[in-house]
Design a protein around this ligand. Structure first.
Ligand code: MN
Length: 246
């Protein structure tokens, strides 16, 4: 896999490393365990510091984000997002959130998401980690109308859509990152598009925030749901990441 000099053994394609007090120690752990980790950010202001901390890392990559739940207060930061975009091929967290708490900013979220997608499409080759709470069909419609097929790779994080929405997403080249809180959705996803994530610290395992070291447990649970040997699923996920990002 060209992106990683040392082939990853595990994949955590959505983790908020910068929301943990031991951010730097987690990066060291990801490198030691060869866990390909996408360090998600929620605001473009956080990007530089994340890049600094991950500069020497073999397995951590930093994504540039503007979280839909923060659009109500931080929409103006889209200008900074656009300025920083050429510095990375990884984007997230971006997307839409139509849950009742965030619905008041939904119009603004749509405008921001469209700008994000257009900028990504223009530069091409971006890998996006996308939030789609209560808005799967809107997210898919936006991907269809703003991204050229084959240009960028959308990864739907914590996907909660139907089987037919999963098919529609897969047909347009999407991948899906699965965490321990939504293992069962793994049943409706094409196995060659599945990645793992922890979404720490928002997802908890045994009452403590999930970190990249919980990926083997996610693989274990998903493999028993799918009736696969854990190691077989682990290699499939690494292959999927390789297909997705090269
Ligand atoms: Mn997240």
């Amino acid at each position: 896999m060209a992106e990683f000099a040392v082939r990853p053994r595990w994949v955590d394609w959505h983790c908020h490393l910068d929301l943990f007090p031991d951010h730097q120690a987690l990066i060291v752990e990801c490198d030691r365990s060869a866990t390909a980790t996408l360090a998600i950010t929620t605001t473009p202001i956080a990007f530089e510091r994340n890049v600094e901390l991950a500069a020497g890392s073999s397995h951590v990559r930093v994504a540039l984000g503007l979280h839909p739940q923060l659009v109500s207060s931080r929409a103006k930061e889209i200008a900074l997002f656009e300025r920083l975009l050429s510095r990375t091929r990884f984007v997230g967290e971006v997307g839409l959130d139509a849950s009742s708490r965030h619905y008041s900013s939904f119009h603004s979220q749509l405008a921001i998401f469209e700008r994000v997608l257009r900028a990504c499409d223009e530069q091409g080759g971006k890998v996006l980690s996308i939030h789609s709470v209560r808005s799967v069909s809107k997210v898919l419609a936006n991907l269809e109308s703003n991204l050229r097929v084959g240009g960028c790779v959308p990864v739907l994080h914590w996907f909660a859509g139907s089987r037919s929405e999963a098919r529609r997403a897969a047909d347009m080249g999407c991948y899906f990152s699965v965490n321990s809180e939504m293992i069962r959705s793994g049943r409706s996803l094409p196995i060659d598009r599945v990645l793992t994530e922890t979404d720490g610290p928002f997802v908890q395992i045994d009452q403590s925030p999930s970190t990249p070291r919980d990926v083997p447990a996610v693989v274990e649970r998903l493999s028993s749901l799918l009736n696969l040997a854990p190691n077989e699923l682990r290699s499939q996920i690494v292959r999927n990441l390789s297909e997705a990002i090269g």
